[in-house]
Design a binder for this molecule. Structure first.
Ligand code: FAD
Length: 554
């Protein structure tokens, strides 16, 4: 637990992806006392370190929060599982490690000073050490390790050839912004020598011995403590070690100290609301005394909804597919981005190709089943899968409170298909997958379509299939979005991550992303945490801050 009588310059709530970056950067010069409170344990066991352990991380009893959405009417009344890492290093320790930034337009469309593609690129570059070596788009001196995927299966080659035959261009580097994102190719990964390079390995591990850094695991923050003088100010936190009936603790900020909220897109709104910071009406309904009326808290939840297409293999070719339990690299390291709308905008569909057969049309349930194969002694049928994700969704949902008990999980309403276009992308996605699979380089390997099944052809039937099977693309963002002023519905300032109306409190993680990029969301989280850390250590405002590697853009 936090040291008795100690006051901190920074208390970081949540030792996840963003929390690890901040803890490292803020303690580097030794001048600031920093406390990290992480609800999960230390982590770092082999299930997580070896990327192939992915199948065992979903719904893991200790490394995952086991969070589910509310019943989603438009998804055949299902509660959708939302994987979230519960360990020091957060979801960076439980994800399939794909490293993608999205496209320049993803950032330009935010319309926020300091956050255009030109502004963010130097931070992506300076934050990484990439196996591709240094270039305009890649760095070789950053803390985060990125490499090209090592695993190659004959079926990957067949997928690439089939995608080309279906008319898709090849994209040699999805993170190079000198060409459109559309095309097929390798997804780079946050791994090094084939091992997961998570936020702890990149940032916290080298900092752990610093005397000015204290990391407490198993510490669930239950409330942000504030004081109301002429203005509202964060003064510390309440937390519990050892579950609901465990030991209750407090940690205090030193004068001028700050609370950095990094507990992620689902937990942040819950913690804020439990602390009286949120939409006035919701606070009143929950009987929580209002500290600050922050209408945007919990709004603007975005994710990449996903479905899949899968086919079995011809028996004589079965040996090519992955049928052993261990999927190298989590199996989805190659794929494509496709614009199914036929206009000039960025792709609305991401395809993640897996040289193994999905055991369930819900991709996450399929992984869980694959992980269970050994214990049930079942054979894994050979085949291929294309996971299909709405890459740039227009819909948004909300995060709120289920109750005022901080040990309850938050109430998450995804509302995936609030905008019909997001459903249509997945319907078009199944058709696109079929078009690629029909091409002879891939088609010659395949026998029978398993999901959705050859009889599911009409748009009505395809829509029903998507609604019945859609799962999370594990990219929750946006519930504390950054903006220009409280009047635009934002929660924090895009200039400094400060929460409107409360001093000494900043939100720094995936929850501040205003609009989800067409990419998995680890990269954007690392980038914005690096920027926040530079702001806090140098005091340079975001809008005029130059990336550490800005020179590389010249
Ligand atoms: P997290 O990294 O989740 O950190 C939040 C931390 O806060 C956690 O450690 C949590 O335990 C802690 N916490 C929560 N509540 C409390 C509390 N009350 N008190 C104390 N601590 C608390 N991104 C990619 O780039 N590539 C991928 O391939 C990819 N696939 C994904 C697959 C899965 C299964 C998941 C879950 C995510 C995936 N992502 C991927 C997304 C990416 O991992 C996240 O966007 C990113 O890690 C979010 O970082 P964060 O700092 O916002 O939250």
């Amino acid at each position: 637990k936090a040291s008795a009588g100690q006051k901190y310059d920074y208390i970081i709530v949540g030792g996840g992806t963003a929390g690890c970056v901040l803890a490292n950067r803020l303690t580097a010069d030794g001048s600031k006392k920093v406390l990290v409170l992480e609800a999960g344990g230390m982590g770092g066991d082999m299930t997580s370190v070896v990327p192939a352990g992915l199948t065992r991380l979903f719904q893991h009893p200790t490394l995952d929060w086991n969070l589910f959405s509310t019943k989603q009417q438009e998804l055949a009344n299902r509660e959708v599982y939302l994987a979230r890492g519960k360990t020091l290093r957060g979801s960076s320790a439980t994800n399939p490690t794909l490293y993608l930034r999205g496209s320049p337009a993803d950032y330009d469309s935010w319309g926020l000073p300091g956050w255009s593609s030109k502004d963010v690129l130097p931070w992506f570059v300076s934050g990484e050490t990439n196996s591709k070596g240094p270039s305009k788009y890649h760095g070789d001196g950053g803390a985060m390790k990125v490499e090209s995927p090592r695993y190659y299966n004959e079926l990957h080659g067949a997928f690439f050839e089939a995608a080309a035959a279906a008319g898709l261009p090849q994209n040699p580097d999805f993170n190079a912004w000198n060409r459109p994102q559309a095309g097929f190719g390798d997804f780079q990964v946050t791994q090094w020598n084939g091992r997961r390079a998570d936020a702890f390995a990149a940032h916290l591990k080298p900092a752990m011995g610093r005397p000015n850094l204290q990391v407490v695991t198993g510490a669930r923050t239950t409330k942000l403590a504030t004081e109301k003088g002429s203005a509202v100010r964060a003064v510390g936190v309440e937390y519990t070690i050892g579950g609901p009936s465990g030991s209750r603790q407090t940690a205090e900020l030193a004068p001028g100290g700050e609370l950095l909220l990094c507990s992620g897109t689902a937990a942040n709104p819950q913690l804020l609301m439990l602390s009286g910071i949120g939409p006035a009406q919701q606070l009143a309904e929950a009987g929580i005394p209002m500290v600050a009326d922050a209408a945007g808290v919990g709004q603007n939840l975005q994710d990449h909804p996903a479905t899949l297409w899968a086919s079995q293999m011809k028996p004589e070719l079965e040996h090519i597919a992955v049928t052993s339990e261990l999927l190298t690299d989590g199996g989805q390291i190659k794929g494509a981005f496709v614009n199914t709308r036929g206009d000039s905008s960025d792709p609305d569909l991401q395809i993640r190709f897996v040289p193994g057969y999905a055991l369930n049309p819900d991709a996450i349930q399929s992984y869980i089943k694959v992980g269970q194969l050994r214990s049930t002694k079942q054979k894994w049928p050979a085949g291929v899968t294309m996971q299909l994700l709405t890459a740039r969704p227009k819909s948004s949902g909300t995060v709120g409170l289920r109750s005022t008990d901080p040990f309850d999980l938050p109430k998450v309403d995804l509302d995936y298909f609030a905008d019909e276009a997001d459903l249509q992308t997945l319907v078009a996605g199944v058709k696109t997958a079929r078009r690629i699979a029909e091409q002879s380089p891939l088609g010659r390997h395949l026998s029978q379509e398993g999901w959705p099944g050859a009889s599911v052809t009409s748009d009505t039937d395809l829509e029903a299939y998507v609604r019945k099977t859609a799962c999370s693309g594990n990219a929750l963002t946006g519930t504390c979005r950054m903006g220009l002023a409280p009047s635009d519905g934002s929660v924090v300032s895009a200039a400094d991550f400060g929460l409107w109306g409360v001093s000494g409190l900043r939100v720094i993680d995936a929850s501040v992303v205003p609009t989800i990029p067409g990419a998995q969301t680890g990269a954007v989280t690392f980038m914005l945490a690096e920027r926040a850390a530079a702001l806090l250590t140098t005091g340079t405002p975001i809008a005029t801050a130059k990336g550490a590697a800005a020179g590389q853009l010249a």
